[in-house]
Design a protein around this ligand. Structure first.
Ligand code: APR
Length: 274
């Protein structure tokens, strides 16, 4: 069978979204690549270039939170932020982020589960977002999960203590080996459970529990619509895959969706008039 053209993939994706009742997006690092933030895996990814980091970062933190914090503060004082941190500090939302906010305002996108900690979807205007791997602008208590803006946390005494329960505070970003905070995991599981169509945007689908959500939607007969320039572990489950960069594809998808929805409401209107 001949490969579908981009146009055909886009039309099919718009049709599926227009026909679905509860679209949930699963967002990965690929959505922010066009904002200058490198992905982790795939061509040009950080882990592709430098190898995966140790998988026990959280356990190292727990062994000596004071030492972990002293090293972090010293690094920041030397301006030794990693390539990823520096890219995140300078990044602005790209057309893909704004298109997601538009899909939310159109009532098409019901919720977004994002694996990105870059805060760009909130800046772009998305309101219904669960940050399964945390948010780089926040700090979190590892005991009661109380979150606070990072600038409100004093680093005079290390490790910082939670104002609510006195527990140890760390960055909100979920480290390797760290459990997903239960409050945000509950929201993700609730939204994945409601979804009859999951929009996979720039994720390699390799990190759990996030990678389990598309499989859950697939197993209950839901549709998977992927936007990714490259094939990956989830692609063969997908109902349709649009092979292109999210920053270009998503705005086109919004335009086609508007057309599909107008056609549907027009047809419905016509039936009412006659
Ligand atoms: N548009 C859409 N997708 C893109 C683009 C783009 N412009 N550029 C790259 N991609 C795709 C890649 O093909 C790849 O499949 O984005 C995906 C990025 O995959 P990962 O780097 O593995 O990112 P992600 O799936 O979010 O990783 C999950 O792993 O390292 C941890 O905590 C980190 O949240 C991250 C998690």
């Amino acid at each position: 069978m001949e490969a579908k053209t981009w146009e055909e993939e886009l039309e099919e994706a718009a049709h599926i979204l227009a026909e679905s009742n509860y679209v949930v997006a699963l967002v990965g690092a690929g959505l922010s690549v066009e904002s200058g933030i490198p992905s982790f895996r795939g061509p040009g990814g950080l882990w592709t270039r430098f190898g995966e980091p140790p998988m026990n970062g959280y356990q190292v933190f727990l062994q000596n939170p004071k030492k972990w914090w002293e090293e972090r503060v010293a690094q920041q004082r030397q301006g030794a932020g990693s390539e990823l941190q520096q890219a995140m500090e300078q990044a602005k939302p790209n057309p893909g982020h704004y298109a997601l906010a538009k899909l939310e305002r159109m009532g098409v996108l019901k919720y977004t589960i994002t694996q990105n900690a870059d805060n760009l979807q909130r800046v772009a205007g998305c309101a219904r977002v669960a940050e399964i791997h945390g948010n780089r602008l926040k700090m979190r208590c590892i005991v009661c999960h109380f979150r606070m803006p990072r600038e409100e946390v004093s680093l005079e005494v290390l490790p910082p203590q939670c104002p609510e329960c006195g527990g140890v505070v760390k960055g909100d970003v979920v480290g390797f080996g760290e459990p997903i905070p239960p409050d945000v995991l509950d929201i993700c599981q609730r939204e994945a459970g409601r979804s009859d169509c999951m929009l996979l945007l720039g994720t390699s689908g390799t990190v759990y529990p996030a990678a389990a959500f598309p499989q859950q939607v697939y197993q209950k007969g839901g549709a998977l619509v992927e936007i990714n320039p490259y094939e990956n572990g989830l692609s063969h489950f997908c109902t349709v895959a649009v092979h292109g960069p999210a920053g270009e594809v998503l705005p086109l998808l919004v335009e086609r969706l508007k057309g599909a929805m107008q056609a549907r409401s027009g047809a419905a209107g016509h039936q009412k008039r006659s």
